[in-house]
Write a protein that binds this ligand. Sequence first.
Ligand code: IMP
Ligand code: MG
Length: 173
Amino acid sequence: MQPPRVLIDATRIQQRVDELAAEITSASRGLDELTLLVVLKGGFMFAADLARRIDIPSRIEFITLASYGDVTKRGDIRLVANIGTSLEGRHVLIVDDIVDTGYTLAYLNRTVAAHSPAGVWRCVLLNKASRREADLTVEYIGFEIDDVWVAGYGMDHAGLWRSLPYIGTVDDC
Ligand code: IMP
Ligand code: MG
């Protein structure tokens, strides 16, 4: 199986993560703490890099989602593991790998809102704006990409390639 072809190399990713973390840090000035809600599995690598660069005391929480159906067709969202604590009164930054149709992020917005947080912001590494179906605000976006299937840096193609340090395109999609 051919590894994904480089779309965004590791150096560019790290530069952009630095910039995002600096923006988030300065926007969070005045807050005592932040809670990063990391969406697994795809958000794990981005969130690990981002969290280490955000210069404000942070809690890290996780939610694991999966979609029904195959790798390219987005079906209904399946909650695999829920948030393990209450987010009431917290300043929550949702951290995910990619926003595509937006249904996942819309689901997360509803889920987090049910906790009565003090505030909610969203940060995704990649945006496929041309595919958007749900009406969403995303405050922090790493890169805009075309409608191509990508893998690496946390993201998978049929379960593979999450461990790559770069983001690449997958041929047979
Ligand atoms: P949405 O609900 O359509 O916005 O899909 C978002 C989720 O689908 C992301 O959090 C990813 O987990 C997954 N996804 C969408 N596009 C890709 C891709 O190109 N590669 C890997 N995962 C993707
Ligand atoms: Mg995801």
